[in-house]
Design a protein around this ligand. Structure first.
Ligand code: GDP
Length: 455
């Protein structure tokens, strides 16, 4: 494989920046423009050399650097790898990268270092996916969960389930291939028992996605209310807290902004913050139709009402729309008026009610407390052995479970043993795809394209 290079640290000005190179020729390429202080020292793995980056043509010093060496296979990619620690300015890093490219390296694609780690067998696909999750983690819990996956805990669990299936397969195949040896046909009961055990373990993994999704994507939260109730002010109050995380995705068609707040270690993803902000513009208020859609999509609805006024028909409609959702009723503007008894009576729909002033930022914590009450955070955070957070994994596990169920049905219907064997083979294939067996190039491409450059 060719030698690749990229800037691995985030762009911008920093104390240090790292340019990484991986591939057979990386030390040779490096030697064209790096002059170590100790010129006699050969590259040794897990070693750092001090020296200067020099423009080989002009002999001009570009920067004073440290270079760390990793000799194959003991590196991130399992190839020869070096990391040039330069000063963290954009210009210097770009100049050093240019030197790598001019002297034989090619520019790494996003995620290519990790892709090589996968292709060279240092990590499996689920572990590679965990690397992206660690980089993108918004909360400590999300990072911890991804770390466990990188550590191989999910892969190990999947391998255990696969090995149950593999032992079944070998028994079945022996009885199909060598009937003359009179190998006792795997007893139907034994097959059924093991398949049930597999199914139960897969089921558990699928269920873990409910929490895994919340940990990874955050609790999808809709802030709804009639115009002027205070949605935009509430959003601002949330985001003013330092727990807010704003991520921006620069897209080709339009840039999107995702805003999160973290409550007790779990992220709440506020849906359609752009829409909420539009309400500052008098012309574009969020209409009931749009609220309906938001409510449908949400895991949690924060319905905000102007507590200083009586409820309007539209408010009553919103109350109806949220009746079957996990929701918090927020009475806003407590600084200028208290709700009437009649209003309080109408708001009693079995949801928690919190009184706040979004403008004065009073009572925001009581919303957080209600969120903690509504979602069983301790269960989500519980040190559960394995939690699925990736939709690709969930789909594959679901397909594997379906195959296990079909195999059970085949046994039950007293169909020939070869059919069961095909179904178990399918199941093994689906599970194998999680860790990267038999996955198509498209899927690998798709997974690594989500990485940033230099990882
Ligand atoms: P939205 O249309 O639901 O997004 O409502 P806004 O957040 O834009 O608020 C509408 C108006 O109510 C603005 O003039 C806000 O300053 C005001 N407002 C919002 N929250 C409060 C509050 O807690 N107290 C008072 N007195 N005014 C508020």
């Amino acid at each position: 494989m060719s030698t690749i290079a990229a800037i691995s640290t985030a762009s911008g000005i920093g104390g240090i920046g790292i340019i990484r190179m991986s591939g057979k020729d990386c030390f040779e390429i490096l030697s064209k423009f790096f002059i170590p202080k100790n010129k006699k020292m050969e590259p040794r793995g897990y070693n750092i050399q001090y020296g200067h980056i020099i423009n080989p043509e002009t002999k001009q010093k570009i920067d004073e650097v440290l270079v760390s060496y990793f000799i194959e296979p003991k590196s991130y990619t399992k190839e020869n790898l070096c990391e040039i620690h330069s000063h963290g300015g954009n210009i210097i890093m770009k100049q050093i990268l240019e030197l790598c490219l001019e002297n034989g390296a090619s520019l790494a694609e996003p995620g290519e270092f990790t892709k090589r780690a996968f292709l060279n067998g240092r990590i499996d696909l689920a572990q590679a996916e965990a690397v992206i999750d660690i980089l993108n983690a918004k909360t400590e819990l999300e990072a911890q969960t991804a770390e466990k996956q990188l550590d191989g805990q999910l892969s190990h669990n999947i391998e255990e389930i696969r090995s149950l299936g593999i032992s079944l397969m070998s028994n079945i195949e022996a009885s199909i291939d060598y009937p003359e040896y009179d190998i006792e046909e795997v007893s139907k009961q034994e097959l059924t028992d093991i398949l049930l055990q597999i199914e139960e373990r897969l089921e558990k993994l699928i269920k873990s996605f409910d929490n895994g999704k919340l940990v990874k994507d955050g609790i999808k939260t809709a802030i709804v209310g009639t115009p002027n109730a205070g949605k935009s002010s509430l959003l601002n109050a949330f985001l003013k807290e330092d727990r807010a995380i704003v991520t921006e995705y620069a897209g080709t068609t339009r840039d999107t902004i995702e805003e999160y707040i973290t409550v007790n270690g779990i992220a709440l993803k506020i849906i359609d913050t752009a829409g909420i902000r539009e309400t500052e513009n008098e012309i574009e208020k969020i209409g009931i139709e749009k609220s309906k859609k938001l409510i449908d999509e949400a895991d949690l609805v924060i319905a905000i009402f102007d507590g200083s006024k009586e409820l309007t028909c539209e408010d009553e409609l919103i109350l109806k729309l949220i009746s079957s959702k996990v929701a918090i009723i927020v009475l806003n503007k407590e600084d200028i008026g208290r709700p009437s008894d009649e209003m309080l009576r109408m708001l009693q729909i079995g949801k928690p009610i919190v009184s706040i002033s979004a403008l004065k930022e009073i009572g925001i914590d009581s919303i957080y407390n209600e969120i903690i009450n509504l979602f069983d955070f301790s269960r989500i955070k519980q040190d559960s052995p394995i939690m699925i957070t990736n939709i690709r994994h969930k789909h594959l596990i679901e397909q594997a479970r379906k195959s296990a169920q079909s195999a059970l049905k085949t046994i039950h219907d007293k169909m020939p043993i070869d059919i069961i064997s095909i179904q178990i083979k399918d199941m093994l294939e689906y599970l194998g795809k999680i860790t990267g067996n038999n996955v198509s190039e498209d899927i690998i491409q798709d997974i690594f394209s989500k990485f940033c450059l230099g990882k």
